[in-house]
Design a protein around this ligand. Structure first.
Ligand code: F6P
Length: 524
Protein backbone atom coordinates (compact mmCIF):
# COMPACT_ATOMS: atom_id res chain seq x y z
CA UNK A 1 0.00 0.00 0.00
CA UNK A 2 1.23 3.53 -0.77
CA UNK A 3 2.16 6.33 1.62
CA UNK A 4 -1.31 7.93 1.53
CA UNK A 5 -3.32 4.78 2.12
CA UNK A 6 -0.91 3.78 4.89
CA UNK A 7 -1.09 7.19 6.53
CA UNK A 8 -2.65 7.58 9.99
CA UNK A 9 -5.50 9.86 8.82
CA UNK A 10 -6.41 7.50 5.98
CA UNK A 11 -6.32 4.44 8.24
CA UNK A 12 -8.51 6.18 10.80
CA UNK A 13 -11.05 6.98 8.09
CA UNK A 14 -11.05 3.36 6.91
CA UNK A 15 -11.88 2.18 10.42
CA UNK A 16 -14.49 4.92 10.81
CA UNK A 17 -16.11 3.93 7.51
CA UNK A 18 -16.58 0.39 8.75
CA UNK A 19 -18.21 1.62 11.92
CA UNK A 20 -20.53 4.13 10.31
CA UNK A 21 -22.13 1.42 8.16
CA UNK A 22 -24.18 0.44 11.21
CA UNK A 23 -25.90 3.85 11.09
CA UNK A 24 -28.27 4.75 8.26
CA UNK A 25 -28.33 8.16 6.64
CA UNK A 26 -31.89 8.53 7.92
CA UNK A 27 -30.64 7.83 11.47
CA UNK A 28 -28.01 10.55 11.08
CA UNK A 29 -30.50 13.09 9.75
CA UNK A 30 -33.37 12.36 12.15
CA UNK A 31 -31.11 11.60 15.11
CA UNK A 32 -30.03 15.24 15.46
CA UNK A 33 -32.67 17.97 15.62
CA UNK A 34 -30.09 20.56 14.62
CA UNK A 35 -28.61 18.52 11.76
CA UNK A 36 -29.89 20.57 8.83
CA UNK A 37 -29.11 23.96 10.36
CA UNK A 38 -25.82 22.66 11.73
CA UNK A 39 -24.67 21.63 8.25
CA UNK A 40 -25.52 24.94 6.60
CA UNK A 41 -23.00 27.60 5.52
CA UNK A 42 -24.12 30.91 4.01
CA UNK A 43 -21.69 32.95 1.89
CA UNK A 44 -23.11 36.11 0.31
CA UNK A 45 -25.73 35.03 -2.27
CA UNK A 46 -25.09 31.33 -1.87
CA UNK A 47 -25.65 28.66 0.75
CA UNK A 48 -24.17 25.18 1.03
CA UNK A 49 -25.95 22.46 2.96
CA UNK A 50 -24.36 19.07 3.49
CA UNK A 51 -26.84 17.60 6.03
CA UNK A 52 -27.90 14.79 3.68
CA UNK A 53 -24.47 13.17 3.58
CA UNK A 54 -23.82 9.82 5.21
CA UNK A 55 -21.23 11.51 7.39
CA UNK A 56 -21.29 12.51 11.04
CA UNK A 57 -19.48 15.37 12.76
CA UNK A 58 -16.84 12.76 13.63
CA UNK A 59 -16.47 11.95 9.94
CA UNK A 60 -15.92 15.62 9.15
CA UNK A 61 -13.33 15.85 11.91
CA UNK A 62 -11.40 12.88 10.53
CA UNK A 63 -11.57 14.28 7.00
CA UNK A 64 -10.21 17.61 8.21
CA UNK A 65 -7.35 15.69 9.81
CA UNK A 66 -6.64 14.13 6.42
CA UNK A 67 -6.59 17.59 4.82
CA UNK A 68 -4.14 18.81 7.45
CA UNK A 69 -2.00 15.69 7.06
CA UNK A 70 -1.89 16.30 3.28
CA UNK A 71 -0.85 19.92 3.94
CA UNK A 72 -3.86 21.49 2.23
CA UNK A 73 -3.37 24.95 3.85
CA UNK A 74 0.26 24.99 2.74
CA UNK A 75 -0.61 23.95 -0.85
CA UNK A 76 -3.40 26.54 -0.96
CA UNK A 77 -0.97 29.25 0.10
CA UNK A 78 1.59 28.05 -2.47
CA UNK A 79 -1.00 28.29 -5.26
CA UNK A 80 -2.05 31.83 -4.32
CA UNK A 81 1.60 32.81 -3.94
CA UNK A 82 2.32 31.91 -7.56
CA UNK A 83 4.58 28.96 -6.86
CA UNK A 84 5.00 26.60 -9.79
CA UNK A 85 2.74 23.86 -8.46
CA UNK A 86 1.96 22.68 -11.98
CA UNK A 87 5.18 20.74 -11.79
CA UNK A 88 5.11 18.79 -15.08
CA UNK A 89 4.75 22.04 -17.05
CA UNK A 90 6.79 24.09 -14.55
CA UNK A 91 4.04 26.71 -14.31
CA UNK A 92 2.28 28.66 -11.62
CA UNK A 93 -1.48 28.26 -11.20
CA UNK A 94 -3.00 31.71 -10.92
CA UNK A 95 -6.50 31.80 -12.39
CA UNK A 96 -7.38 33.45 -9.08
CA UNK A 97 -5.22 36.45 -10.02
CA UNK A 98 -7.58 37.13 -12.94
CA UNK A 99 -10.32 38.17 -10.52
CA UNK A 100 -8.10 39.87 -7.93
CA UNK A 101 -8.93 43.52 -7.33
CA UNK A 102 -5.27 44.47 -7.07
CA UNK A 103 -1.75 43.11 -7.02
CA UNK A 104 0.98 42.42 -6.64
CA UNK A 105 0.86 38.98 -8.25
CA UNK A 106 4.42 37.72 -8.27
CA UNK A 107 5.71 35.07 -10.66
CA UNK A 108 9.46 34.53 -10.52
CA UNK A 109 9.66 37.80 -8.60
CA UNK A 110 7.89 39.77 -11.36
CA UNK A 111 4.56 41.46 -10.64
CA UNK A 112 2.22 40.32 -13.44
CA UNK A 113 -0.81 42.18 -12.10
CA UNK A 114 -0.24 45.23 -14.33
CA UNK A 115 -0.55 43.06 -17.46
CA UNK A 116 -3.64 41.33 -16.05
CA UNK A 117 -5.21 44.74 -15.45
CA UNK A 118 -4.14 45.96 -18.89
CA UNK A 119 -5.73 42.99 -20.70
CA UNK A 120 -8.88 43.29 -18.60
CA UNK A 121 -9.05 46.96 -19.54
CA UNK A 122 -8.50 46.17 -23.23
CA UNK A 123 -11.28 43.56 -23.05
CA UNK A 124 -13.61 46.07 -21.42
CA UNK A 125 -12.85 48.78 -23.93
CA UNK A 126 -13.22 46.40 -26.87
CA UNK A 127 -16.51 45.03 -25.54
CA UNK A 128 -17.98 48.46 -25.03
CA UNK A 129 -16.81 49.64 -28.49
CA UNK A 130 -18.54 46.67 -30.11
CA UNK A 131 -21.66 46.97 -27.95
CA UNK A 132 -21.99 50.70 -28.60
CA UNK A 133 -21.52 50.27 -32.34
CA UNK A 134 -18.37 52.33 -32.28
CA UNK A 135 -16.51 49.28 -33.57
CA UNK A 136 -18.26 47.97 -36.68
CA UNK A 137 -17.86 45.34 -39.38
CA UNK A 138 -16.23 45.87 -42.78
CA UNK A 139 -19.47 47.14 -44.34
CA UNK A 140 -20.18 49.59 -41.53
CA UNK A 141 -22.82 47.44 -39.85
CA UNK A 142 -22.71 46.88 -36.10
CA UNK A 143 -21.99 43.40 -34.81
CA UNK A 144 -25.18 41.60 -33.78
CA UNK A 145 -23.61 38.15 -33.46
CA UNK A 146 -20.40 36.84 -31.96
CA UNK A 147 -19.18 33.34 -32.79
CA UNK A 148 -16.80 31.82 -30.23
CA UNK A 149 -14.70 29.18 -32.01
CA UNK A 150 -12.95 27.09 -29.38
CA UNK A 151 -13.12 23.76 -27.58
CA UNK A 152 -12.69 22.42 -24.04
CA UNK A 153 -11.80 25.24 -21.68
CA UNK A 154 -11.98 27.64 -24.63
CA UNK A 155 -15.65 26.80 -25.05
CA UNK A 156 -17.32 25.15 -22.05
CA UNK A 157 -16.92 27.99 -19.56
CA UNK A 158 -18.01 30.81 -21.88
CA UNK A 159 -20.84 28.64 -23.24
CA UNK A 160 -22.07 27.87 -19.72
CA UNK A 161 -21.85 31.51 -18.62
CA UNK A 162 -23.58 32.81 -21.74
CA UNK A 163 -26.58 30.53 -21.26
CA UNK A 164 -26.69 30.98 -17.48
CA UNK A 165 -26.66 34.77 -17.84
CA UNK A 166 -29.15 34.97 -20.72
CA UNK A 167 -31.29 37.55 -18.87
CA UNK A 168 -28.26 39.83 -18.72
CA UNK A 169 -27.48 39.69 -22.45
CA UNK A 170 -28.00 43.10 -24.05
CA UNK A 171 -25.15 43.01 -26.55
CA UNK A 172 -24.27 40.87 -29.58
CA UNK A 173 -25.76 37.36 -29.34
CA UNK A 174 -23.13 34.75 -28.51
CA UNK A 175 -22.87 31.50 -30.51
CA UNK A 176 -20.49 28.63 -29.83
CA UNK A 177 -18.74 26.31 -32.26
CA UNK A 178 -16.51 23.58 -30.83
CA UNK A 179 -16.76 20.28 -32.71
CA UNK A 180 -14.72 19.56 -35.82
CA UNK A 181 -17.91 17.93 -37.19
CA UNK A 182 -18.75 20.63 -39.73
CA UNK A 183 -22.40 20.41 -38.76
CA UNK A 184 -21.51 22.41 -35.63
CA UNK A 185 -20.09 25.33 -37.59
CA UNK A 186 -22.56 25.23 -40.48
CA UNK A 187 -25.60 25.08 -38.22
CA UNK A 188 -24.41 28.34 -36.63
CA UNK A 189 -23.35 30.12 -39.84
CA UNK A 190 -26.51 29.32 -41.77
CA UNK A 191 -28.53 31.91 -39.86
CA UNK A 192 -25.90 34.65 -39.73
CA UNK A 193 -25.17 37.67 -41.90
CA UNK A 194 -21.38 37.91 -42.40
CA UNK A 195 -21.55 41.70 -42.24
CA UNK A 196 -22.91 41.54 -38.67
CA UNK A 197 -20.78 38.66 -37.39
CA UNK A 198 -17.64 38.88 -35.25
CA UNK A 199 -15.52 35.75 -34.86
CA UNK A 200 -13.46 35.02 -31.76
CA UNK A 201 -10.85 32.36 -32.37
CA UNK A 202 -10.25 31.22 -28.80
CA UNK A 203 -7.36 28.89 -28.22
CA UNK A 204 -4.74 29.13 -25.50
CA UNK A 205 -2.18 27.18 -27.59
CA UNK A 206 -3.58 28.16 -31.01
CA UNK A 207 -2.59 24.68 -32.19
CA UNK A 208 -5.83 22.81 -31.47
CA UNK A 209 -6.82 21.04 -34.68
CA UNK A 210 -10.58 21.43 -34.30
CA UNK A 211 -10.43 25.13 -33.53
CA UNK A 212 -8.03 25.99 -36.35
CA UNK A 213 -10.01 24.01 -38.92
CA UNK A 214 -13.26 25.62 -37.83
CA UNK A 215 -11.58 29.03 -37.86
CA UNK A 216 -10.23 28.47 -41.39
CA UNK A 217 -13.69 27.43 -42.62
CA UNK A 218 -15.29 30.42 -40.92
CA UNK A 219 -12.68 32.66 -42.54
CA UNK A 220 -13.49 31.21 -45.97
CA UNK A 221 -17.19 31.86 -45.32
CA UNK A 222 -16.50 35.48 -44.43
CA UNK A 223 -14.05 36.11 -47.29
CA UNK A 224 -16.49 34.62 -49.78
CA UNK A 225 -19.03 37.19 -48.69
CA UNK A 226 -16.97 40.26 -47.89
CA UNK A 227 -13.49 39.73 -49.34
CA UNK A 228 -10.06 39.20 -47.77
CA UNK A 229 -9.90 42.72 -46.39
CA UNK A 230 -12.83 42.00 -44.08
CA UNK A 231 -10.86 39.51 -42.01
CA UNK A 232 -9.12 42.14 -39.91
CA UNK A 233 -12.46 43.67 -38.91
CA UNK A 234 -14.26 40.41 -38.25
CA UNK A 235 -11.66 38.16 -36.59
CA UNK A 236 -10.21 38.46 -33.09
CA UNK A 237 -7.95 35.94 -31.38
CA UNK A 238 -7.50 34.97 -27.73
CA UNK A 239 -4.29 33.06 -27.11
CA UNK A 240 -0.90 32.78 -25.47
CA UNK A 241 0.66 32.02 -28.84
CA UNK A 242 1.25 35.26 -30.77
CA UNK A 243 3.32 33.58 -33.50
CA UNK A 244 0.57 31.10 -34.39
CA UNK A 245 -2.05 33.84 -34.31
CA UNK A 246 -0.03 35.86 -36.80
CA UNK A 247 0.52 32.75 -38.93
CA UNK A 248 -3.23 32.23 -39.07
CA UNK A 249 -3.61 35.74 -40.44
CA UNK A 250 -5.07 37.61 -37.51
CA UNK A 251 -3.42 40.90 -36.71
CA UNK A 252 -1.87 40.78 -33.24
CA UNK A 253 -3.55 44.13 -32.63
CA UNK A 254 -6.73 42.05 -32.67
CA UNK A 255 -5.34 39.55 -30.24
CA UNK A 256 -6.09 39.34 -26.52
CA UNK A 257 -3.29 37.57 -24.71
CA UNK A 258 -3.62 35.11 -21.91
CA UNK A 259 -0.94 33.36 -19.92
CA UNK A 260 0.48 29.89 -19.52
CA UNK A 261 -0.16 30.07 -15.77
CA UNK A 262 -3.91 29.94 -16.43
CA UNK A 263 -5.19 26.46 -17.21
CA UNK A 264 -7.67 26.24 -20.09
CA UNK A 265 -10.41 24.78 -17.90
CA UNK A 266 -9.80 27.54 -15.34
CA UNK A 267 -9.73 30.39 -17.85
CA UNK A 268 -13.28 31.82 -18.10
CA UNK A 269 -12.06 34.82 -16.05
CA UNK A 270 -9.50 35.77 -18.74
CA UNK A 271 -10.05 37.00 -22.28
CA UNK A 272 -11.32 33.49 -22.93
CA UNK A 273 -14.53 34.94 -21.50
CA UNK A 274 -14.63 37.72 -24.14
CA UNK A 275 -17.84 36.40 -25.76
CA UNK A 276 -19.54 36.74 -22.36
CA UNK A 277 -18.19 40.25 -21.75
CA UNK A 278 -19.46 41.25 -25.22
CA UNK A 279 -22.89 39.81 -24.45
CA UNK A 280 -23.48 41.04 -20.90
CA UNK A 281 -21.20 44.07 -20.79
CA UNK A 282 -18.11 44.92 -18.81
CA UNK A 283 -19.95 45.82 -15.61
CA UNK A 284 -21.70 42.46 -15.39
CA UNK A 285 -18.52 40.61 -16.37
CA UNK A 286 -16.80 42.35 -13.48
CA UNK A 287 -19.55 41.09 -11.15
CA UNK A 288 -18.80 37.56 -12.35
CA UNK A 289 -15.16 38.12 -11.39
CA UNK A 290 -16.16 39.64 -8.05
CA UNK A 291 -18.30 36.63 -7.17
CA UNK A 292 -15.34 34.36 -7.78
CA UNK A 293 -13.09 36.67 -5.74
CA UNK A 294 -15.51 36.37 -2.80
CA UNK A 295 -15.03 32.61 -2.87
CA UNK A 296 -11.26 33.01 -3.16
CA UNK A 297 -11.25 35.03 0.07
CA UNK A 298 -13.49 32.48 1.76
CA UNK A 299 -11.31 29.60 0.60
CA UNK A 300 -8.20 31.35 1.90
CA UNK A 301 -9.57 32.31 5.30
CA UNK A 302 -12.47 30.11 6.47
CA UNK A 303 -11.62 27.35 8.97
CA UNK A 304 -11.39 24.02 7.13
CA UNK A 305 -14.55 22.64 8.78
CA UNK A 306 -16.49 25.79 7.78
CA UNK A 307 -14.90 26.14 4.35
CA UNK A 308 -17.38 25.35 1.58
CA UNK A 309 -15.00 24.16 -1.20
CA UNK A 310 -12.97 22.23 1.37
CA UNK A 311 -16.08 20.48 2.69
CA UNK A 312 -17.23 19.74 -0.87
CA UNK A 313 -13.82 18.21 -1.52
CA UNK A 314 -13.62 16.24 1.73
CA UNK A 315 -17.11 14.81 1.34
CA UNK A 316 -16.22 13.89 -2.26
CA UNK A 317 -13.13 12.03 -1.03
CA UNK A 318 -15.23 10.37 1.69
CA UNK A 319 -17.75 9.06 -0.86
CA UNK A 320 -15.11 8.19 -3.47
CA UNK A 321 -12.41 6.58 -1.36
CA UNK A 322 -14.20 5.33 1.74
CA UNK A 323 -17.68 4.56 0.46
CA UNK A 324 -16.46 3.52 -3.01
CA UNK A 325 -18.73 5.68 -5.11
CA UNK A 326 -17.62 5.62 -8.74
CA UNK A 327 -19.41 8.77 -9.85
CA UNK A 328 -20.87 12.10 -8.81
CA UNK A 329 -24.21 13.28 -10.19
CA UNK A 330 -24.42 17.02 -10.87
CA UNK A 331 -28.09 18.02 -10.88
CA UNK A 332 -28.80 21.70 -11.52
CA UNK A 333 -32.48 22.41 -10.90
CA UNK A 334 -32.25 25.39 -13.24
CA UNK A 335 -32.48 25.18 -17.04
CA UNK A 336 -30.02 28.05 -17.45
CA UNK A 337 -27.38 25.85 -15.75
CA UNK A 338 -27.90 23.09 -18.30
CA UNK A 339 -24.24 23.23 -19.33
CA UNK A 340 -22.88 22.85 -15.79
CA UNK A 341 -22.43 19.04 -15.86
CA UNK A 342 -20.44 19.23 -19.11
CA UNK A 343 -18.32 22.08 -17.75
CA UNK A 344 -17.59 20.14 -14.56
CA UNK A 345 -16.76 17.01 -16.51
CA UNK A 346 -13.76 18.79 -17.96
CA UNK A 347 -12.93 20.76 -14.81
CA UNK A 348 -12.98 17.67 -12.60
CA UNK A 349 -12.05 14.74 -14.82
CA UNK A 350 -9.35 16.54 -16.83
CA UNK A 351 -7.88 17.92 -13.58
CA UNK A 352 -7.94 14.81 -11.39
CA UNK A 353 -8.40 11.95 -13.85
CA UNK A 354 -4.85 10.90 -13.08
CA UNK A 355 -3.19 7.69 -11.81
CA UNK A 356 0.30 8.78 -10.86
CA UNK A 357 1.20 11.04 -7.98
CA UNK A 358 3.13 14.31 -8.30
CA UNK A 359 6.25 12.26 -7.67
CA UNK A 360 5.44 9.80 -10.45
CA UNK A 361 4.44 6.94 -8.18
CA UNK A 362 1.50 4.76 -9.17
CA UNK A 363 -1.52 5.29 -6.99
CA UNK A 364 -3.38 2.56 -5.09
CA UNK A 365 -6.53 4.59 -4.50
CA UNK A 366 -9.28 6.14 -6.61
CA UNK A 367 -9.10 9.69 -7.93
CA UNK A 368 -11.59 11.70 -9.96
CA UNK A 369 -15.05 10.06 -10.16
CA UNK A 370 -17.18 10.03 -13.28
CA UNK A 371 -19.01 13.33 -13.43
CA UNK A 372 -22.41 13.14 -15.07
CA UNK A 373 -25.77 14.82 -14.79
CA UNK A 374 -28.51 16.88 -16.33
CA UNK A 375 -30.98 19.52 -15.29
CA UNK A 376 -33.72 18.73 -12.88
CA UNK A 377 -36.50 17.90 -13.46
CA UNK A 378 -35.44 16.44 -16.86
CA UNK A 379 -33.02 13.93 -15.30
CA UNK A 380 -35.86 12.51 -13.21
CA UNK A 381 -37.24 11.08 -16.43
CA UNK A 382 -33.92 9.72 -17.56
CA UNK A 383 -31.35 8.40 -15.02
CA UNK A 384 -32.97 9.01 -11.64
CA UNK A 385 -34.29 5.43 -11.68
CA UNK A 386 -30.62 4.40 -11.56
CA UNK A 387 -29.89 6.90 -8.80
CA UNK A 388 -32.70 5.55 -6.61
CA UNK A 389 -32.65 1.80 -7.27
CA UNK A 390 -29.51 1.06 -9.23
CA UNK A 391 -26.78 -1.33 -8.07
CA UNK A 392 -24.34 1.55 -7.56
CA UNK A 393 -24.70 4.16 -4.85
CA UNK A 394 -23.41 7.60 -5.86
CA UNK A 395 -23.70 11.02 -4.24
CA UNK A 396 -25.31 13.99 -5.95
CA UNK A 397 -24.79 17.74 -5.96
CA UNK A 398 -28.13 19.51 -6.25
CA UNK A 399 -27.87 23.13 -7.39
CA UNK A 400 -30.96 25.27 -6.93
CA UNK A 401 -31.87 28.93 -7.46
CA UNK A 402 -34.23 30.48 -4.93
CA UNK A 403 -35.39 33.37 -7.10
CA UNK A 404 -38.13 32.81 -9.66
CA UNK A 405 -36.47 34.81 -12.45
CA UNK A 406 -39.37 34.52 -14.91
CA UNK A 407 -42.36 35.25 -12.70
CA UNK A 408 -44.04 31.86 -12.98
CA UNK A 409 -44.51 30.86 -9.34
CA UNK A 410 -46.36 27.64 -10.15
CA UNK A 411 -43.49 26.42 -12.29
CA UNK A 412 -40.86 27.51 -9.77
CA UNK A 413 -42.66 25.82 -6.88
CA UNK A 414 -42.85 22.59 -8.88
CA UNK A 415 -39.16 22.81 -9.78
CA UNK A 416 -37.92 23.33 -6.23
CA UNK A 417 -40.40 20.89 -4.68
CA UNK A 418 -39.09 18.21 -7.00
CA UNK A 419 -35.52 19.08 -6.05
CA UNK A 420 -36.17 18.66 -2.32
CA UNK A 421 -38.27 15.54 -2.89
CA UNK A 422 -35.47 13.90 -4.85
CA UNK A 423 -32.95 14.73 -2.13
CA UNK A 424 -35.22 13.28 0.56
CA UNK A 425 -36.13 10.16 -1.43
CA UNK A 426 -32.47 9.46 -2.22
CA UNK A 427 -31.56 9.89 1.45
CA UNK A 428 -34.39 8.00 3.18
CA UNK A 429 -35.79 5.79 0.45
CA UNK A 430 -38.81 3.59 1.13
CA UNK A 431 -37.52 0.63 3.13
CA UNK A 432 -40.95 -1.03 3.39
CA UNK A 433 -43.10 -1.81 0.36
CA UNK A 434 -45.57 -4.52 -0.65
CA UNK A 435 -43.36 -5.68 -3.51
CA UNK A 436 -39.55 -5.97 -3.52
CA UNK A 437 -39.26 -3.87 -6.68
CA UNK A 438 -41.04 -1.03 -4.89
CA UNK A 439 -38.39 -0.82 -2.14
CA UNK A 440 -36.02 2.16 -2.24
CA UNK A 441 -32.93 1.44 -0.14
CA UNK A 442 -32.16 5.13 0.39
CA UNK A 443 -28.77 5.99 1.86
CA UNK A 444 -27.92 8.10 -1.18
CA UNK A 445 -26.06 11.24 -0.05
CA UNK A 446 -26.38 14.70 -1.51
CA UNK A 447 -25.19 18.28 -1.15
CA UNK A 448 -27.30 21.33 -1.82
CA UNK A 449 -25.86 24.51 -3.30
CA UNK A 450 -28.62 27.12 -3.24
CA UNK A 451 -28.11 30.44 -5.05
CA UNK A 452 -30.24 33.43 -4.06
CA UNK A 453 -30.48 34.20 -7.77
CA UNK A 454 -28.61 33.25 -10.92
CA UNK A 455 -26.82 36.53 -11.53
CA UNK A 456 -23.19 37.14 -12.55
CA UNK A 457 -21.93 37.28 -8.96
CA UNK A 458 -23.61 34.03 -7.88
CA UNK A 459 -22.45 32.25 -11.03
CA UNK A 460 -18.90 33.40 -10.36
CA UNK A 461 -19.18 32.07 -6.81
CA UNK A 462 -20.55 28.71 -7.94
CA UNK A 463 -17.80 28.08 -10.50
CA UNK A 464 -15.02 29.22 -8.19
CA UNK A 465 -16.30 26.85 -5.48
CA UNK A 466 -15.87 23.92 -7.83
CA UNK A 467 -12.42 25.14 -8.94
CA UNK A 468 -11.23 25.16 -5.34
CA UNK A 469 -13.00 21.89 -4.52
CA UNK A 470 -11.14 20.17 -7.35
CA UNK A 471 -7.82 21.78 -6.40
CA UNK A 472 -8.35 20.54 -2.83
CA UNK A 473 -9.08 16.99 -3.98
CA UNK A 474 -5.94 17.04 -6.11
CA UNK A 475 -3.94 17.98 -3.02
CA UNK A 476 -5.52 15.18 -0.98
CA UNK A 477 -4.84 12.67 -3.78
CA UNK A 478 -1.33 14.09 -4.32
CA UNK A 479 -1.87 14.53 -8.08
CA UNK A 480 -1.13 17.47 -10.39
CA UNK A 481 -4.56 18.91 -11.21
CA UNK A 482 -3.23 21.36 -13.79
CA UNK A 483 -1.77 19.36 -16.65
CA UNK A 484 -3.55 17.06 -19.11
CA UNK A 485 -1.01 14.65 -20.60
CA UNK A 486 -3.78 12.13 -21.26
CA UNK A 487 -5.15 14.09 -24.21
CA UNK A 488 -1.99 14.05 -26.31
CA UNK A 489 -1.83 10.46 -27.64
CA UNK A 490 -5.23 10.58 -29.33
CA UNK A 491 -4.41 13.89 -30.97
CA UNK A 492 -1.14 12.48 -32.34
CA UNK A 493 -2.71 9.26 -33.64
CA UNK A 494 -5.42 11.18 -35.47
CA UNK A 495 -2.87 13.59 -36.92
CA UNK A 496 -0.58 10.77 -38.13
CA UNK A 497 -3.52 8.92 -39.67
CA UNK A 498 -4.73 11.97 -41.52
CA UNK A 499 -1.19 12.74 -42.69
CA UNK A 500 -0.62 9.10 -43.70
CA UNK A 501 2.52 9.17 -41.56
CA UNK A 502 4.05 5.77 -40.74
CA UNK A 503 2.86 4.67 -37.33
CA UNK A 504 5.44 4.64 -34.56
CA UNK A 505 3.71 2.41 -32.01
CA UNK A 506 1.07 -0.33 -31.58
CA UNK A 507 -1.73 2.21 -31.14
CA UNK A 508 -0.63 3.81 -34.40
CA UNK A 509 -0.62 0.48 -36.21
CA UNK A 510 -4.07 -0.28 -34.83
CA UNK A 511 -5.42 3.11 -35.89
CA UNK A 512 -4.32 2.40 -39.45
CA UNK A 513 -5.76 -1.15 -39.31
CA UNK A 514 -9.09 0.17 -38.07
CA UNK A 515 -9.11 2.78 -40.79
CA UNK A 516 -8.35 0.26 -43.55
CA UNK A 517 -10.94 -2.22 -42.31
CA UNK A 518 -13.72 0.02 -41.10
CA UNK A 519 -13.43 3.31 -42.98
CA UNK A 520 -11.66 2.40 -46.24
CA UNK A 521 -13.71 5.03 -48.04
CA UNK A 522 -12.13 7.84 -45.97
CA UNK A 523 -8.92 8.05 -47.90
CA UNK A 524 -10.11 7.25 -51.43
O1 F6P B 1 -8.58 18.88 -23.80
C1 F6P B 1 -7.26 19.25 -23.98
C2 F6P B 1 -7.16 20.75 -24.00
O2 F6P B 1 -5.82 21.12 -24.01
C3 F6P B 1 -7.88 21.41 -22.82
O3 F6P B 1 -7.15 21.39 -21.64
C4 F6P B 1 -8.10 22.78 -23.37
O4 F6P B 1 -9.07 23.51 -22.65
C5 F6P B 1 -8.57 22.44 -24.80
O5 F6P B 1 -7.80 21.28 -25.16
C6 F6P B 1 -8.40 23.55 -25.81
O6 F6P B 1 -7.07 23.96 -25.82
P1 F6P B 1 -6.74 25.40 -26.51
O7 F6P B 1 -7.46 26.45 -25.69
O8 F6P B 1 -5.26 25.51 -26.43
O9 F6P B 1 -7.27 25.35 -27.91
Amino acid sequence: MGALTQSPAWQQLLRHAEGIEKTTLADIVFGDAGRISGCDIKLDGLRFNYALNHATPETIGLLVKLAVQQKLPEWRDRMFAGEKINTTENRAVLHTALRAKNGPVLIDGKDVFPEIAAVRQRMTRFAEEVRSGKRKGATGKSFRHVVNIGIGGSDLGPRLAARALTPYINGPKPHFVANVDAFDLLSVLKDLDPAETLFLVVSKTFTTQETLLNARSARQWLVAALGEKAVSDHFVAVSVNEAEVRKFGIDTGNMFPMWDWVGGRYSLWSAIGLSVALAIGAENFQKLLDGAATVDAHFKTAPLDKNIPVLMALLGVWHRNFRHAGALAVLPYCERLRDLPRFLQQLDMESNGKSVTRDGASIDYSTSPVIFGDCGTVGQHSFHQWLHQGSDIVPADFIGVAEDAVGRPEHHAALLSNMLAQMAALACGRPQASMPYEVYAGGRSSNLLLLDRLDPACLGMLLALYEHKIFTQGVLWNVNSFDQPGVELGKKLAHDLEAHKPSQNPAGHLTVKLSENLLPFLWK
